[in-house]
Write a protein that binds this ligand. Sequence first.
Ligand SMILES: Cc1cc2nc3c(=O)[nH]c(=O)nc-3n(C[C@H](O)[C@H](O)[C@H](O)COP(=O)(O)OP(=O)(O)OC[C@H]3O[C@@H](n4cnc5c(N)ncnc54)[C@H](O)[C@@H]3O)c2cc1C
Length: 561
Amino acid sequence: MTTSKSALNPRQRESALAKLATEKFDVLVIGGGVTGSGIALDAASRGLRVALVESQDLASGTSSRSSKLIHGGLRYLEQYDFKLVREALQERELMVTTQAPHLVKPVAFLYPLHEKVKERTYVGAGLALYDALRGFQRALPNHKHLSQKGIHDIAPSLRLDIVNGGIQYFDAQVDDARHTMMIARTAALYGATILTRVSCESLIRKGKKIVGATVKDSTTGESIDVSASVTIMAGGVWSDLLHEKFGITPGYQVRMSKGSHILVPKSAINSSSGIILKTAVSVLFIIPWADKWIVGTTDTDFTGDRNEPLATYEDVEYILAQANKVLTPKLKHSDVLGVYAGLRPLVSKTSVTSTTKLSREHVVDHPEPGFVSVAGGKYTTYRVMAEDAVDHAAPDLRKIVKESGTKELPILGAEGYSALVNNAEYLAEDMGISKDQVIRLLDRYGSEIFTLLDLISEEPNLASLLSPELPYLKVEISYAASHEGAMSVEDVIMRRTRIAIETVDHGLSVATDIAKIIGPILGWSPGARKKSVAAYEKQVERERESIAQVLQNDRVSATAN
Ligand SMILES: Cc1cc2nc3c(=O)[nH]c(=O)nc-3n(C[C@H](O)[C@H](O)[C@H](O)COP(=O)(O)OP(=O)(O)OC[C@H]3O[C@@H](n4cnc5c(N)ncnc54)[C@H](O)[C@@H]3O)c2cc1C
């Protein structure tokens, strides 16, 4: 098993647990979503000693359930929040060019217009501003006006009777769960101790200061006291619960808003571009996702179990109805391959305290010495949130803390990405796979592709496909456990790959094969293997129950055909 500093696996986990118990850290991060992982990277790359604990899997909260867009947010323009849009657009440019060109890709969107003059002038002005707010760095093309014929050529599926023109503009997209995991691994590369399945249970106080936390390893039930000069909490929608548990009076509260998405096959919508539709309350995106479309999202208040936000029948009906207003032929229930839902952590200020800084999007709170928390914001601005949180924590460290250097810092796999793409043909020969597969791998692993190549040369069988219906090679499954910190079948199917939402059976047919590949790496007995498969099956059953009516309609239309 590899000992590379960025690898997350059982051996690394064992030594990380030992470190937690014995070292004194500058910063302890609670939460391994994109914000917590970003904080770990920001702090580690400033030369601080960092530990991060995540109670489940990296990105298992909101950070694997977003619309997967890296964008300025067109709707904020309508609210005149230019500062916020500019900040997000600048982050977008940095991710596409420097930080993560292997993972963050430009994506085109069509904005269909229904009126000829007034709407075109209004939306055109908005998109001109959207382009201008990027500043001088311009990795993505400018927006472009299209006639009715122009938009029809790109998206024949848009109804000509109501769409009489459009505007094309560009944003970017990312596999959020992979990106978050790569940020955490980059933090590990710079020395951070990263641990999943370890939850923070309470804070340790010495006088008036918080000097660390007691954490619990859920695989053994063992508790560990972690010593840290400052603890930074990035708990997303768990923030209120954690504040209460820790006895902290925060300066803000987090409201949960649920957003659901559906996945439909590429063939269901004839378009070579993504599409954005204005709805009565917000917007609906139709986003290209390999050989599928992601369509969403909804926006409803949520008060249920944070650990299981499930898409409901009503959510799916709403999404289909909104999309079908402009699509021909209409999407059918039987087109729905997968669904997923996530919870937006929306912050609101509870009291005016000098320690609370609230921007429209995220909040950084410093309610007690030795404890800082950050919440809200959006995926796109995770780096800014992370920098902000570490800056607020710096005075508690009582030493000179360097400025954040993450703006220009490539994350794992980004170095030399474009040179590797140029050499895809040679890499394909080396690996004994097609050039298309090499490009696909480069877009998931970047320069880490060489580690996969090494694994294949040790075990040539790993170059074969996991299943003829899926693009994933066996080596990707193996690497998920040996390098990417996957500890269960669910981790692999839901977050290291996207088999869960990309297949009609949610990956049940490959679950046992996946367990066979990762079992030896994770040191599983045959019993442990079966248990992990069974746990995943149960999870799928729960999700199926919540959209049972959609599946029912699916069956009805399948029999009717
Ligand atoms: C439907 C939807 C669509 C979205 N689309 C976009 C988009 O397209 N673009 C965009 O920029 N943003 C988007 N967002 C927003 C974005 O996804 C979130 O802002 C972001 O993912 C929040 O990340 P986080 O790290 O703060 O929270 P999370 O990812 O939820 O991370 C919090 C983590 O804390 C862990 N945790 C909880 N308790 C403990 C404990 N006691 N100990 C240790 N760990 C603990 C949890 O397990 C969790 O992993 C969307 C959000 C939703 C819901």
